[in-house]
Design a protein. Structure first.
Lengths: 540, 404
């Protein structure tokens, strides 16, 4: 920031100077940047734990850690990646940064609550760290906290539960804020039919956040009651039911996977039209399929439980509903591919991540069909196939969408462009490493290796070694990507308002945007989000 | 129906192949279409788009209806085949399974108990299961069946082995430190061999206490030979000093009958220092007073019945699945044959160097306990270590093999 003549927008403009200008800021962009910093840090920590897990599995028997450490490591990996990275990644970081500008607002509806939700997130993260290093040691239940194991283990489950509870509040508050903002603060002319798809998906997500998250909070409190006071709700010996916990847990946690993936789909729906310079194919189909996913996704939770001992009739119903939720996802994929038809396609880094998102998400989604079918799931359930499957959707899907968002929007908010060549090379390495790692994991799962296994029989060795080898490629690619982005943010070439030639509102304000996004006059919207005629990309 | 086609595996594989096949086609279609469009409409060739189309009602309808029909066939095919996994055929043999951290116990209709599941080939087997502590899961990859075991509840699976052999049973529901070690097997025997096995055994071949220890799965965590496990070893307990944690306070005592009784009935009251307080309590429903006394007598070396007779090596070779890879008649299988082993010279590889050695007692012991050290040339290095066998059992096997 030595070049004081350079324009730095919201990075400089603040009612308070210095660090307090950030910690007490109610500016959605500053809060978004604070989220982004925490989330990327958490991603890196979670990824390192994942690498350690893969290293342990390079050979049967003990490699670098004992069984208890391994169990705690995959638990913490899961908790960090899900509650501290995936769930807040796109909505809290990019939602905060982009959403108000995209609808022509100067901030979210409740800026102070927005800041409060960041503090909930940070306190949740601190509690999670305490849970690892205090008391009975890091929780070893898996992120699913299944009873009765979670009520019996002596590790720090209570604190981890409280951490997830706090994080849930952060998520709920963000959801309320976004729903209200989208309803109340759209600029003149920003009709529902002109909302960018990213806003639509955040809208659908926000509803699930508000409606489903309380379930996980209540459920985890019940586990804490069970542990501390022996409430007996889940204890069969006293008339409770262990399977009840699984229902309560998945009533939140299955909709939560749509909290995780929908905003990613929104990012892809922004990136693909921009780099094809064509309107998104089937705008209304895309908008409505997002709502359909949010709705139908709330009715499929028990497909995690085909082998749990619940009734066969329940399996019939939930298997049927699961296949129904596949349809809106398929619609989205067909529409993205059709958007490319007769376009003018530029393979810039965000576009590469977006296109590989389609590939990865298709594999994840199609694998989900096998898991949704009752008979096939019996073999695949709780094997590493499931682990591979949800990494395809969560990492190959949401993770890649997050990287697309970083490459797409960081230049807007830092005002600087990263180097494209290293970005493309890093993308290729990440893509190859990702697919080697998780395809091998799926394959060894089909062979029958159960998940959460510290040790395995010799038949599974080769594929596990392939997966571990893939994880090193993946890690190298991620490192290169992050270094390149960091250098770009610090010292890249300055960019103008619209480096990509995109047509949504955030590209009409300066990069980085000023404190209240728009100048004296409120914006008036006169066209749709993907009408590229006359929109010219700035040179950089 | 072809008797060699496994009914449950077949039901699951049909669905897997159907869905994976369709998925592969779809994935291929999407990927090829994407790559084709990206190359064809690249910006260097088309600086501006050649169409401003916003969508197509008919296309949207088409790719809503078509996938709906496809996935509904998947749903229905998956469901009908699933019913095949649930409907137990008539005449199934009934076995009860009890899961605990981290072992299995199988109880046959005649009251016999084992830690491996012995079944006759060709007969359907229904396993009714429960758990005494946390959730576990009974998973046999070879038969594609899987079901949780839930405390306070009974669940079941059925399967039918169609080929003799040993099939892994994994625990597929995470259950703590020993989760991945909670492995046992289905031993599918030809009907006549099974009939022999199932004959009533001569009583008290082994001390009652030892049988109870094995049946209850104690030896899954507590070794009998002094090696360390998830819990302390049970080797030569009598008079040993123990450091205990009682309500947070450290305490030392010497092992006696009273202590052992408390440690089994209320294990959480006094924790041996250095071990996790994870042992489940064995109340009098699970472990009768007589059995408890037998265990204590055995552990304190006061066994009231004669010590075990010498183990039968040919039974051991059978039970431990050795004959799955090693023939006794000279025929070539996955591993070298046992025929003529006592008078044979073999070429082995050690640290990459080849060496010709005479088969003797030392070599065979090494080959059993550390099969990866000396690899017989020309065979894959896949033999698992037989380190779970006792010294007496190993000796019996070696003696037997040298006479072949």
């Amino acid at each position: 920031m030595s070049e004081s003549t350079t324009y730095t927008g919201f990075w400089q403009e603040s009612p308070r100077p210095g660090i307090l200008g950030w910690l007490l800021s109610t500016d959605h962009k500053r809060i978004g940047i604070m989220y982004l910093a925490c989330i990327v840090t958490m991603f890196i920590v979670g990824a390192c734990l994942g690498l350690a897990l893969r290293l342990e599995l390079i050979a049967p028997g003990r490699t670098i850690m004992d069984a208890q450490t391994y169990n705690a490591t995959f638990t913490v990996h899961g908790i960090i990646m899900i509650f501290l990275f995936i769930i807040p990644s796109v909505p809290a970081a990019f939602g905060n940064l982009v959403l108000p500008i995209q609808i022509g607002a100067r901030d979210v509806s409740f800026p102070k609550i927005n800041l409060l939700s960041w503090y909930c997130y940070v306190s949740g993260a601190i509690l999670a760290v305490f849970a690892i290093f205090s008391g009975g040691g890091a929780p070893d239940t898996g992120w699913t906290f299944y009873v009765p194991f979670s009520t019996q283990t002596t590790t720090n489950v209570n604190l981890a539960g409280l951490a997830a509870f706090m994080l849930g509040f952060s998520s709920i508050l963000t959801g309320i804020n976004f729903v209200t903002t989208i309803h109340r603060l759209r600029a003149e002319g920003m009709t529902w039919g002109r909302l960018p798809l990213f806003v639509w998906t955040l809208y659908a997500t926000a509803w699930i956040q508000v409606l489903a998250t309380p379930m996980i909070g209540i459920t985890l409190v019940l586990v804490i009651l069970e542990r501390t006071f022996g409430a007996g709700l889940f204890d069969a010996a006293r008339g409770g039911d262990p399977i009840l916990f699984q229902h309560l847990f998945w009533i939140y946690s299955h909709p939560a996977v749509y909290i995780m993936i929908l905003p990613g789909m929104g990012v892809i729906s922004e990136v693909i039209p921009t780099f094809a310079r064509k309107p998104l194919f089937g705008y209304w189909a895309m908008a409505l399929s997002s709502l359909a996913i949010a709705f139908a996704g709330s009715l499929v939770w028990a497909h995690h439980m085909y082998t749990s001992g619940m009734s066969d009739f329940a399996i019939l119903v939930f298997s049927f509903l699961t296949f129904i939720v596949a349809i809106p996802s398929a619609i989205k994929i067909f529409n993205w591919v059709s958007t490319l038809y007769k376009g003018s396609i530029q393979l810039a880094p965000p576009m590469l991540y977006a296109l590989s998102f389609i590939f990865n998400f298709a594999i994840g989604g199609l694998g989900g069909l096998a898991l949704g079918a009752a008979a096939a799931d019996i073999h695949l359930h709780d094997t590493t196939f499931v682990v591979g499957h949800f990494h395809y959707t969560m990492f190959g899907g949401l993770g890649f969408a997050f990287f697309a968002a970083l490459h797409y929007w960081l230049p807007k908010f830092t005002g600087r462009m990263y180097q494209h060549k290293p970005a493309v090379i890093a993308w290729a390495i990440v893509f190859v490493g990702f697919n080697i790692t998780y395809m091998a994991m799926q394959a060894v799962g089909i062979q029958g290796m159960p998940r959460r296994y510290y040790d395995y029989v010799p038949e599974f060795t080769t594929l596990n070694q392939v997966a571990t080898f893939g994880s090193w490629i993946l890690a190298a690619g991620l490192l290169m990507m992050f270094v390149n982005l960091w250098l770009g943010c610090r010292a890249g070439d300055p960019v103008g308002k619209n480096p990509w030639g995109a047509a949504t509102l955030e590209w009409e304000v300066p990069s980085p945007p000023p404190l209240e996004n728009f100048g004296e006059e409120d914006p008036v919207v006169t066209r749709g989000p993907y009408e590229f005629k006359g929109v010219v990309a700035d040179e950089y | 129906m072809n008797p060699n086609i496994n009914p449950t595996a077949q039901a699951v594989d049909n669905v897997l192949i159907y869905i994976f096949g369709f998925s592969l086609l779809l994935l291929l279609g999407i990927t090829v279409a994407t790559i084709y469009l990206v190359i064809k409409y690249r910006r260097s060739k088309y600086p501006e788009p050649t169409s401003e189309v916003h969508g197509s009602f008919w296309l949207e309808t088409l790719w809503t209806v078509l996938p709906t029909l496809i996935v509904l066939t998947m749903f229905w095919y998956g469901w009908t085949n699933y019913l095949g996994l649930r409907n137990v055929p008539e005449g199934a043999m009934e076995v009860k399974a009890t899961a605990r951290m981290w072992s299995w116990q199988f109880e046959y209709p005649d009251g016999r108990k084992t830690s491996k599941l012995f079944v006759p080939v060709g007969q359907p087997v229904k396993v009714t299961m429960t758990s005494v502590d946390v959730l576990h899961n009974f998973f046999i990859p070879a038969f594609r069946i899987k079901r949780d075991t839930v405390p306070g509840m009974e669940t079941y699976v059925w399967f039918q082995a169609t080929e003799p052999g040993s099939y892994d049973i994994f625990c597929a529901e995470y259950c703590g430190t020993g989760h991945s070690a909670m492995i046992t097997s289905v031993e599918a025997l030809p009907p006549e061999e099974y009939a022999t096995w199932a004959q009533p055994q001569p009583p008290s071949a082994e001390p009652r206490g030892l049988i109870v220890l094995q049946e209850q799965g104690c030896t899954g965590c507590h070794s009998l030979d002094g090696s360390d496990g998830i819990g302390p070893s049970l080797y030569q307990l009598s008079g040993q000093q123990r450091k205990l944690l009682v309500a947070g306070q450290s305490k030392e005592l010497s092992i006696d009958e009273d202590y052992l009784r408390r440690a089994i009935r209320e294990p959480e009251a006094e924790i041996v220092s250095g071990y996790d307080p994870i042992m489940p309590a064995y109340d009098s429903d699970t472990l009768s007073e007589e059995d408890l006394q037998a265990v204590i007598d055995y552990l304190l070396g006061k066994a009231t019945v004669p010590a075990a007779p010498k183990p039968d090596a040919s039974v051991l070779l059978q039970e431990n699945g050795c004959l799955g890879c090693h023939s006794q008649d000279g025929s070539e299988m996955v591993g070298p044959t046992f025929k003529g082993l006592g008078s044979r010279e073999v070429v082995i590889e050690r640290d990459g160097k080849e060496e010709r050695i005479k088969v003797d007692r030392d070599y065979l012991l090494r080959a059993l306990k550390q099969p990866k050290v000396d690899l017989v040339k020309g065979y894959p290095p896949i033999m698992p270590a037989a380190d779970y066998l006792s010294t007496e059992e190993l000796d019996a096997i070696v003696e037997h093999l040298l006479k072949q």
